[in-house]
Design a protein around this ligand. Structure first.
Ligand code: GLN
Length: 490
């Protein structure tokens, strides 16, 4: 079935004209029809628009006008509802944007389109990317294709579930504290958060601007390399993007990792880590050793402070970024006798509980009298966390950790306890605080019934994507975890 193929498999068939882009897109749409009633990954999608893009790709392929620089020609790619696609709704999983339709394409959307992708769908997420389970969406709760009584992870849970359930061939997401890597781990696909500055965020609705990055979900590491190559690069419209050349990531996947040094962070193999996750990560360490990498212990001594630091900085930035949703400029407007009443009513009705909690927390940590005690101190600790990584990277090429302390939990299990939910981010948030890159690759399953995927995280140096992709690819190709399909595919 075409929707089950990887990007490289599909592109090979399209180039040989064995299949059409229309058939591939139709296969995804049929799949959505069949399973999305249960998975609920898509908030909406425009089938006619997707097929029209596919037809354009087929015309380019038929006329021989396909360009070498169109590595995604005819490939259906789903988009998280926080990234702008011209003419499509943009809701960020929230009610506050009302019927807002984006008047422009995000840079990543433009780049995908230029590379020939069929860009489609508004994919479900935690409201404004705040959450670890996709239960904070104002629209629906996405389920995990491996066990639909469980969460898919978050905040890009819809993107992970859609790729895992073969509803699209790849998807984009955003990662502020783990929102790509954690759902990828919980749904059994590959998820990459690039280095801060690698990918333009123009057209990404901001949550926490010093942490946000756009990245992708795919079915294997080679596909991640392909998508990263397309979306990366300097952009004058995002001053945080870096004018650093974009390597040919796919060409770097040599399969040879002999002599590379991997660090195992001793602070990450802690209590609270599920024994089955620990076992899977230990087995991965052995596999890396067999492949010729050297694994040594490293220390990231400020790990204990990462969650507190993140939830101060992220909420502070969110409180400022979300001030723009005031009922005047965009979306929902609840009338009031004066502007203050209008703001209050609109924001009271438009935002969900978690978003309100974070705006209140963020406003508090920035308020005069508390700024020094919380925000300023958190910034200092952030520098220490970054320094921990830079010190470790003097000794090793990449750091290996579990992606998430547990496999997917039950829907509703943690939603009443925000702190429990925040603890799910323990292994992913430091990467954002340090501004480095990270990838999650499938590394096993729990022994529960039904079984649940487990993810392995590889953290790389700033702009060290080539190395973590090479490592992830060599590991993946020597195992078969990424080839397993969830029961929803049966
Ligand atoms: N779970 C984290 C949060 O709730 C990370 C979310 C994200 O990366 N967008 O903030």
């Amino acid at each position: 079935m075409l929707n089950q193929l990887t990007i490289s498999e599909l592109v090979a068939k399209l180039k040989r004209r064995e299949v059409s882009a229309r058939a591939a897109t139709q296969a995804c749409l049929d799949r959505i029809q069949r399973v999305d009633g249960e998975i609920k990954a898509f908030i909406s999608y425009d089938a006619a628009d997707a097929l029209a893009q596919a037809d354009a790709a087929d015309r380019a392929l038929a006329s021989g006008q396909a360009h070498d620089d169109q590595p995604l020609l005819g490939v259906p790619v789903g988009i998280k509802d926080v990234i702008a696609v011209k003419g499509q709704p943009l809701n960020c999983g929230s009610k506050i944007l009302g019927n807002f339709v984006s008047p422009y394409d995000a840079t990543v959307t433009e780049k995908l389109k230029a590379a020939g992708a069929v860009v489609f769908g508004r994919i479900n997420m935690d409201e404004f990317a705040m959450g670890s389970s996709t239960e904070n969406s104002a629209f629906q709760i996405t389920t995990n294709p491996w066990d639909t009584s469980r969460i898919p992870g978050g905040s890009s849970g819809g993107s992970a579930a859609a790729v895992a359930a073969d509803e699209c061939v790849a998807a984009l997401g955003s990662d502020t504290g783990g929102s790509i890597r954690q759902p990828a781990a919980l749904c059994g696909c590959v998820g990459l958060k690039p280095t801060y500055g690698r990918v333009s965020r123009y057209g990404l609705v901001a949550y926490a601007s010093s942490l946000d990055q756009i990245g992708c979900f795919t079915k294997d590491v080679r596909d991640t390399a392909t998508v990263l190559g397309v979306i990366s690069g300097h952009d004058l419209r995002d001053s945080s993007s870096v004018p650093q050349p974009v390597p040919n990531y796919a060409a770097g996947l040599s399969g040879d990792i002999k002599g590379l040094k991997l660090g195992l962070a001793k602070e990450y193999m802690i209590g609270g880590l599920d024994p089955e996750v620990k076992r899977a990560v230990e087995a991965a360490v052995e596999q890396f050793t067999r492949l010729g990498a050297e694994v040594v212990e490293v220390s990231l001594p400020h790990t204990d402070y990462a969650i507190a630091t993140y939830y101060i900085i992220a909420t502070a930035e969110a409180s400022a970024n979300l001030a723009r949703f005031d009922g005047i400029r965009y979306g929902l407007r609840e009338p009031g006798a004066d502007p203050i009443e209008l703001y209050g009513k609109t924001r009271g009705k438009g935002f969900g509980d978690e978003v309100k909690r974070r705006i209140i927390l963020g406003t508090y940590v920035l308020s005069s009298g508390y700024y020094d005690a919380y925000y300023l101190r958190a910034q200092k600790v952030r520098t220490l966390i970054r320094q921990d990584f830079l010190n470790a990277f003097e000794k090793v090429d990449a750091i290996l950790t579990p992606t998430s302390p547990t496999a997917a939990f039950k829907i509703g299990e943690k939603s009443a306890d925000p702190l429990q939910m925040y603890l799910m981010d323990i292994f992913t948030i430091s990467c954002n605080l340090a501004g480095i890159c990270g990838i999650s690759v499938p590394c096993g399953f729990t022994s529960t019934q039904p079984r649940l995927p487990i993810g392995l995280q590889l953290l790389g140096k700033p702009f060290g994507e080539e190395t973590i992709l090479r490592l992830g690819h060599a590991y993946e190709q020597s195992t078969a975890w990424h080839k397993e399909k969830p029961p929803i595919n049966a």
